[in-house]
Design a protein around this ligand. Structure first.
Ligand code: AMP
Length: 310
């Protein structure tokens, strides 16, 4: 199988309590692609500007990511600036410059169109729809978004959801999108819009999944050092979709999706240990296996049925 992703390809300026960086390779598609590259072939779709150099391509190519559908357009690459609070639990967007994304018309190669898995990472809903429409071989499509698009393009976003199997959003954004404070009810509403799988990302508290078959949740992997949470959600999605991609021929059901959550959790945890893509770009397969095993150990429920007092 292979995975196609459309999303931002960006330069990020990030300030956290532990330091700041003025210009790092980032973007939702880049974080996703690096994480998913440990499982499957990844095709990245999106535009970059004149300021995007060989050095940036090399980070993706070194992980075997297919960059043929990264289109060079005159102008500047997407730019995002954000700042995190002292405990990293909230962040403020200080600047978003769409640059070459404004007016971008995706035209996918046969390789990208042929992917069985598609991730519509955070970008304008209209672009997500255009890419979805071209991916005619898709077996499972997931979509991520953010408050900016919920607030400025809610109808287009809800329309885009009609063509996808899975919605991944931050907990608070799920409530904002559905205007429903209860997570389970919010998920049921989304099931009614199309996606049969809803994943609520909860930052340091992990992630919860509501499918039509049931509920599953995992805590975040406990870490003593967290430097930069930027891209954690996309790395979660990369591990999650990558795991599905590595199970070609398997039915994508609640159980497989729950297993995929573990890989999503592991990849997200590595991402936050360093600024930008630094940690995931240099990760090893042994480190991933070890972390998933550790996560399994700390989440196994061993409580036995007990004769309770009536
Ligand atoms: P996350 O921390 O998972 O929400 O992802 C952060 C990444 O999303 C950063 O690398 C940014 O470049 C990118 N990003 C921020 N705002 C937007 C936006 N409005 N549209 C697309 N990508 C964005």
């Amino acid at each position: 199988m292979s995975v196609t992703v459309v999303g931002s390809i960006a330069f990020d300026a990030v300030t956290t309590p532990f330091g700041s960086r003025e210009r790092m390779l980032g973007g939702s598609a880049v974080h996703f692609a690096l994480a998913a590259s440990f499982f499957d072939t990844v095709h990245v779709v999106g535009p970059v500007g004149d300021d995007f150099d060989e050095e940036e391509y090399e980070v993706l190519r070194a992980r075997g990511v297919d960059t043929r559908d990264i289109e060079h357009v005159a102008g500047r690459t997407f730019f995002w600036r954000g700042e995190y609070s002292w405990d990293l639990s909230t962040r403020q967007t200080l600047d978003t410059q769409l640059g070459v994304f404004a007016g971008f018309e995706p035209r996918l190669s046969d390789e990208s169109r042929g992917a069985e898995l598609v991730f519509l990472a955070n970008i304008q809903p209209q672009l997500q729809r255009q890419v979805r429409a071209q991916c005619t071989a898709a077996r499972f499509v997931a979509l991520d978004s953010m408050n900016l698009w919920i607030e400025t393009e809610r109808p287009a976003l809800i329309e885009a959801l009609g063509g996808v199997d899975c919605l991944m959003l931050n907990d608070s954004e799920l409530r904002e999108l559905t205007r429903e404070p209860n997570l389970i009810r919010a998920a049921r509403q989304i099931h009614g819009w199309g996606p049969s799988v809803v994943v609520a990302k909860r930052g340091e508290f992990g992630a919860a999944m509501v499918t039509r078959e049931g509920f599953f949740a995992l805590p975040a992997f406990p870490l003593e050092t967290v430097l930069d949470p930027t891209g954690a959600g996309d790395c979660f999605a990369g591990g999650f979709m990558g795991y599905l991609g590595a199970h070609s021929g398997h039915e994508i059901n609640h159980e497989l999706l729950s297993q995929a959550m573990a890989y999503g959790t592991a990849l997200a945890s590595f991402n936050v240990e360093e600024f930008g893509v630094q940690r995931v770009a240099a990760l090893t397969t042994d480190e991933i296996a070890e972390r998933v095993a550790e996560l399994g150990g700390m989440t196994r429920l061993t409580a036995k049925p007990l004769a309770l007092r009536g």
